[in-house]
Ligand binder design. Structure first.
Ligand code: SF4
Length: 387
């Protein structure tokens, strides 16, 4: 997973949470650590271009513990272990245990392979992992396996999900929306319900790594998906979160205005909401500010490189050389990413730029410039109308 507008609401311990305002110039809301790049799958969209064996330069156990300390010191953000396949990392549970004992909220996103055994699920539960995320990219083996590049992956994933359900481990289903599954989203939404997920975590494809431009939806299709998701979020028994879909926040705000749930004058364009009905401003709950690459969200690679996100692969430092805090706060690239006034094209003049700002990773993947406009947004900012 790798969240972003996504941090979940069921964390425990101290640190960021609903109601607490976070200055993303100082601390991220969420840190994604790619604990290893080793993986047995070959997913078509994989940003990591995963390999079968761990890299010899992978962060050692001691370096990993130090990194966890450094992350904790940044006001205890959420921590997500990803990969590759995080299960391929032998000290995974020791690392998780260390972080959880400090009071951190940790979740993991392993690949659905035979490495995910019931024993490991039980161990994860005993260790205190907040949630388990598994990827399901289509409601049928044909769609999912094609996308994952691994025959049998669908059946295996369903089997793992059923086992997690039996253990009452909160489940998050991660889905990359692309040309592959655009026509089967309704069925997919039903399946997520049947599988008793507590969260459906949606990624809009960013054409990088093995992900290709022609597998991306058009801007109009993105808009359709967002409108559909907004409606779904009103009745779905699970939470819906999105990533690389910053403009979903704009759609949510617009729909709320249309439904007279938010008056136009009440919109705070500077510091607004994310996501779904569960987290809208209602006088009681206030969601943390939506995140974007390098802005509330930071990625540490298997060899310690720090990047705005796994999908915006510009190395801004290495935790082997410098504390994460320093890199996060001082990197000129990250500072630029955190300043929507620097964005180019329509995102730069858009009244939603602080709330949305477009996916910086998609802008980078498509144009080579992380400050460019989000390439898949249909919206025409007020500043550009009637000209
Ligand atoms: S133009 Fe950019 S900032 Fe405005 S809604 Fe679209 S993606 Fe968001």
């Amino acid at each position: 997973m790798i969240g972003k507008e996504h941090p979940h609401r069921h964390g425990h311990g101290h640190g960021h949470g609903i109601g607490k305002s976070i200055d993303y110039n100082k601390n991220p809301f969420i840190v994604i650590w790619e604990v290893t790049r080793a993986c047995q799958l070959k997913c078509v969209h994989c940003r990591a271009d995963a390999q079968l064996k761990p890299d010899p330069n992978e962060l050692t156990h001691e370096e990993g513990l130090r990194l966890i300390d450094e992350i904790y010191e940044m006001d205890n953000p959420m921590l997500v272990f990803t990969g590759g396949d995080c299960m391929m990392r032998e000290d995974l549970f020791e690392l998780a245990d260390y972080a959880i004992k400090k009071g951190m909220r940790v979740s993991m996103v392993p690949s659905a392979t035979d490495n995910v055994t019931v024993e490991k699920m039980i161990k994860a539960k005993e260790t205190g992992l907040s949630r388990w995320g598994l990827s399901l990219d289509g409601p049928t083996p044909e769609i999912h396996d094609l996308f994952r590049g691994t025959p049998g992956s669908f059946d295996l994933t369903i089997e793992k999900i059923k086992q997690l359900n039996e253990l009452n481990m909160p489940l998050q289903i991660n889905t990359v929306i692309s040309r592959y599954n655009y026509d089967s989203l309704e069925t997919m939404a039903e399946l997520v319900k049947e599988l008793k997920a507590v969260m459906w975590y949606i990624f809009l494809l960013v054409p990088t790594g093995r992900g290709q431009l022609d597998a991306c939806l058009t801007p109009a299709e993105h808009e359709k998906v967002f409108l559909w998701l907004y409606e779904l979020s009103k009745t779905a028994p699970y939470d819906i979160k999105t990533t690389a879909a910053q403009h979903f926040r704009r759609v949510v705000l617009q729909q709320k205005m249309r439904e007279n749930k938010i008056a136009k004058g009440e919109i705070d364009y500077q510091d607004s909401i994310t996501g779904t009905h569960a987290e809208l401003v209602d006088g009681l709950k206030r969601a943390p500010k939506g995140v974007n690459d390098g802005n509330g969200f930071i990625f540490v690679s298997h060899i310690g490189e720090v990047m705005p996100s796994g999908l915006l692969p510009i190395v801004v430092g290495n935790v082997k050389d410098k504390p994460l805090k320093e890199i996060y706060r001082e990197s000129p690239v990250l500072k630029e990413l955190r300043n929507p006034d620097l964005y180019k094209g329509k995102c730069g003049v858009c009244e939603f730029r602080y709330v949305c700002g477009g996916s910086r990773s998609r802008a980078y993947a498509v144009t080579g410039d992380y400050l460019e406009s989000e390439p898949f947004c249909v919206y025409i900012p007020q500043a550009l109308r009637n000209k």
